[in-house]
Design a protein. Structure first.
Length: 249
């Protein structure tokens, strides 16, 4: 079985979580409809890393009795270390738009809504931005509406910013000191030129940009076995499509 794009993304996210240059991720929260970040987190657990997961899409996967309100309380207390965020639009300053396109209130294309994105972005030490689609309509020069800002003016309290942006084409590292992304790696089949053509914002590029590593055989075995076992009930379509596994009748 060849490596699936989703498997590469899950392994890439797992490595970013373990980045020794970043603050440790002891407690990670994963929102609803996030099977690839969930797979990345389960991969870490199955590798033996002592990571606590709060999977918001699964009642038995988190300790909360009142759902998101308790998640926000925990985050405000500094007890969530890493969260994943996406956006209908993401720009070169790591601003995200979950409202919609066009003038406020986003009456063009409607997105699902900001919900707690701004709070989580400000109060979580590490945020990994994730969006499979990598196109100029998603990665824009400037978002139409700012649901959550990538950086804040001096004197505004926030615990952290984006660590990286992972897409279906590449990995960008975010540098909050200059509010810019730098291209960290390109997925197989991509190049600096193809990434520039598909990206609506400018970004920094080193002299040599490596290819995103494939998952190792050990990582693939865990993803297709124990990780899939954990995800089958909640993400049956994802497991069938990516891992070729279906729930027993």
């Amino acid at each position: 079985m060849s490596i699936q794009p989703e498997e590469r993304l899950a392994a890439t996210l797992a490595r970013l979580i373990l980045d020794p240059a970043a603050p440790p991720a002891r407690h990670i929260a994963v929102g609803a409809a996030s099977p690839i970040p969930a797979a990345a987190c389960w991969l870490l657990r199955k590798q033996g890393h002592p990571v606590r997961l709060s999977l918001l899409h699964k009642r038995s996967g988190n300790p909360f009795t009142e759902g998101s309100r308790e998640l926000f309380d925990l985050t405000g207390q500094g007890r969530i270390d890493l969260f994943f965020l996406g956006g209908g639009q993401i720009d070169g300053q790591a601003n995200i738009n979950l409202v919609g396109t066009g003038e406020w209130p986003g009456t063009g294309v409607r997105f699902p809504g900001s919900f707690g994105s701004a709070f989580m972005y400000f109060m979580t030490p590490r945020t990994i931005l994730f969006r499979e689609e990598h196109s100029p309509r998603v990665l824009v020069q400037r978002v139409d509406n700012v649901s959550a800002p990538g950086v804040s003016p001096p004197g505004v309290f926030r615990r952290g910013t984006a660590q990286a942006l992972v897409t279906g084409r590449c990995v960008f590292r975010f540098h909050p000191d200059r509010a810019r992304f730098a291209l960290e790696s390109v997925h197989p089949g991509e190049s600096v030129q193809s990434i520039r053509a598909a990206t609506g914002f400018d970004f920094d590029v080193a002299d040599a940009v490596p290819e995103t590593p494939d998952p190792t055989d050990a990582e693939l075995a865990l993803l297709r076995g124990p990780v899939c076992d954990e995800m089958l009930e909640t993400y049956p379509e994802f497991c069938a499509r990516v891992f070729g596994r279906k729930q027993a009748a």
